[in-house]
Design a binder for this molecule. Structure first.
Ligand SMILES: Nc1ncnc2c1ncn2[C@@H]1O[C@H](C[S@+](CC[C@H]([NH3+])C(=O)[O-])CC(=O)[O-])[C@@H](O)[C@H]1O
Ligand SMILES: O=C(O)C(=O)Cc1ccccc1
Length: 245
């Protein structure tokens, strides 16, 4: 986290019209507070993914962080690797996010390990990768483009390389789906979000964040050719997965 922690009040006031959610300047400014209060175990998932990435990184290859936002994973990786050199490309389509990440790199990345691209994750070519991270970002991509992205990650990975995928998920069973949602909204309320904030954000995310079941993710990953798949963290409707090529 970048230490600023401006409070997320994006949906606090009653809005006359709810426009689709976007990662604009307003969101970028409060991003850490929004993520910590809206994503259960966000810090824990990031910390362990940085460690797993460190462990599976192969010398001379590259880590890709697709949907890197303002670089929380990148900064953790710089800590994990210490003086050991590595290469990472961070990709995000939000210019306010990339700008903030670039600013953090000027403080934390004196060796120039991390390169940033302001681009759509579906448009980039991954080459010579040992780790591909997609943290809470596949869910924002048009479902029709998801197979191709996972296939392209598989293609870009070397043998023994890994995909780390964290997503908001949905349960196929209606009772479990309702239970997961109920516990999730309770989590938001406990973190100080009002019912108005919760419902306005839910409307803004409609058709923007499209969650899938864990089985859909697993099938896509297996069909792309990955040999091992595991859910290593799950909190109701949030799931962290790892797959090995
Ligand atoms: N098609 C796209 N192409 C590029 N970027 C995109 C696209 N769609 C969305 N984004 C970007 O994906 C990021 C999703 S946030 C990731 C958190 C981060 N991984 C973290 O671990 O801190 C998750 C969240 O806020 O729920 C945003 O920065 C978008 O601009
Ligand atoms: O799914 C939700 O209701 C969330 O609030 C998760 C989230 C977090 C940050 C940006 C967009 C969605």
């Amino acid at each position: 986290m970048d230490g600023t922690m401006n409070k997320d009040r994006v949906f606090a006031e009653k809005l006359t019209t709810i426009t689709p959610f976007r990662f604009n300047e307003k969101v970028a400014r409060v991003f850490d507070d929004m993520l910590v209060r809206s994503v259960p175990l966000y810090g824990e998932a990031l910390k362990q993914q940085a460690r797993i990435a460190r462990q599976f990184y192969q010398n001379g290859t590259r880590i890709f962080d697709l949907g890197c936002s303002h670089g929380n994973l990148g900064v953790l990786l710089l800590e994990c690797f210490g003086s050991t050199a590595f290469k990472m490309t961070g990709v995000d389509s939000s210019w306010p996010m990339i700008q903030r990440f670039q600013k953090r790199l000027s403080v934390h990345d004196s060796q120039g390990c991390i390169t940033l691209a302001c681009a759509c994750i579906e448009d980039i070519v991954m080459l010579n990768a040992s780790v591909v991270v997609i943290n809470l970002t596949l869910q924002f991509l048009d479902p029709e483009k998801r197979d191709r992205l996972i296939q392209s990650a598989f293609k870009g990975l070397c043998k023994g390389g890994i995909l780390l995928l964290t997503e908001k998920t949905v349960h196929a069973d209606p009772q479990m789906k309702a239970l997961e949602q109920e516990y999730y909204y309770q989590f938001k309320r406990e973190n100080g979000y009002t019912d108005l904030e919760i419902s306005q954000k839910r409307d803004a995310l409609e058709r923007v964040l499209v969650p899938e079941t864990v089985a859909e993710h697993e099938n896509r990953i297996q069909n792309a050719g990955f040999s091992v798949f595991n859910v290593w963290l799950k909190w109701f409707n949030f799931t962290s997965m790892i797959a090995v090529k």
